[in-house]
Ligand binder design. Structure first.
Ligand SMILES: [Zn+2]
Length: 128
């Protein structure tokens, strides 16, 4: 399954199978992604998707490191929460309730506790 998120710098990030890919370039027919740690770990894994990001057309090379489905989930949770916090003017408790929907129990269990998460929501809003 392909999920599109954003990096902390606001550039697109593709999540697949516990691996993160950053946008490499775009052609008329497809989008080319490269492994997020390409430079750091010299990983050559790449991925091509259709322009709407819904279909993986090609996987090139394998990663020379292991993926982490858990950190992917957590990262995604944070991204959702941040979007929710900045876009909707609902109170932090409701932001959390909204974001918890669809989050598997095993992921919930490893997330920081609610008061920490609510503090993050307030902080993001202040930083804006
Ligand atoms: Zn890689």
């Amino acid at each position: 399954m392909v999920t599109i998120s954003k990096t902390s710098k606001g550039t697109p990030l593709l999540l697949n199978d516990g691996f993160c890919y950053i946008l490499d370039h775009k052609t008329d027919e497809k989008i080319l992604w490269k492994c997020e740690v390409q430079r750091k770990l010299n990983c050559h894994a790449r991925l091509h998707t259709s322009l709407d990001n819904k279909v993986i057309l090609k996987l090139i090379d394998t990663h020379n490191h292991s993926g982490n489905a858990r950190s992917q989930h957590i990262r995604q949770f944070y991204e959702n929460m941040k979007d929710e916090a900045l876009q909707n003017h609902i109170n932090p408790y409701n932001v959390l309730t909204q974001c918890y929907m669809g989050v598997p129990d095993e992921i919930r269990a490893i997330l920081p506790n609610n008061s920490n998460l609510k503090r993050d929501v307030r902080r993001w809003r202040q930083d804006k």
